[in-house]
Design a protein around this ligand. Structure first.
Ligand SMILES: [Zn+2]
Length: 168
């Protein structure tokens, strides 16, 4: 039977309960921009763009779910994906009423803790019903995050990743 994830933390000694969920408030490259560029761009809970010398860069907030063996709720990463302008426009236009057949190509736009360089992993952004954030499906790769997405992780790995996220 699938259960609830909980563990005694080796870092703070407390019991942490519930499947871990860690989010990023912005795509990492946005945070590197000057105040001017940030002000002229846009950052909400779900959308982001900014313009630099290379042009305008578009991003959406999404989720990547990694199943944990024997646990009902997945390990959830709230991360950003880049999108092309046309995909971003389509995403914004259909935001309140997404077409579930849509699927947008993007690049992962955050450096996740625990994993080595997750930035710019290729993926698909899949809109969801009921105002849920879109789901990310990474392209086939030897990257550990992609392998974990495909195969899921065991409880001790989930604990290791969660501790790293919470306490570093
Ligand atoms: Zn802890």
């Amino acid at each position: 039977m699938a259960g609830i994830f909980s563990f005694k933390c080796s870092s703070c000694d407390k019991i942490h309960e519930g499947s871990p969920s860690f989010g990023f408030n912005a795509p990492d490259p946005y945070l590197d921009q000057s105040e001017d560029v940030k002000e002229q761009g846009k950052l909400t809970e779900d959308l982001c763009f900014y313009t630099d010398e290379d042009g305008t860069h578009y991003f959406v907030r999404a989720v990547m779910e990694i199943s944990i063996d024997g646990v009902s709720e997945p390990f959830t990463w709230g991360v950003w994906s880049s999108l092309s302008k046309s995909s971003y426009d389509r995403y914004v236009e259909t935001y309140d009423n997404p077409d579930l057949k849509d699927c947008f190509f993007g690049y992962l736009s955050n450096y996740l803790p625990y994993y080595k360089n997750t930035y710019a992993l290729k993926l698909e952004v899949q809109p969801q019903e009921n105002n849920q954030r879109p789901q990310l499906v990474p392209h086939e790769s030897e990257h550990q995050l992609v392998i974990d997405f495909k195969n899921g992780i065991n409880i001790s790995r989930a604990q290791e990743i969660a501790e790293k996220c919470m306490h570093s």
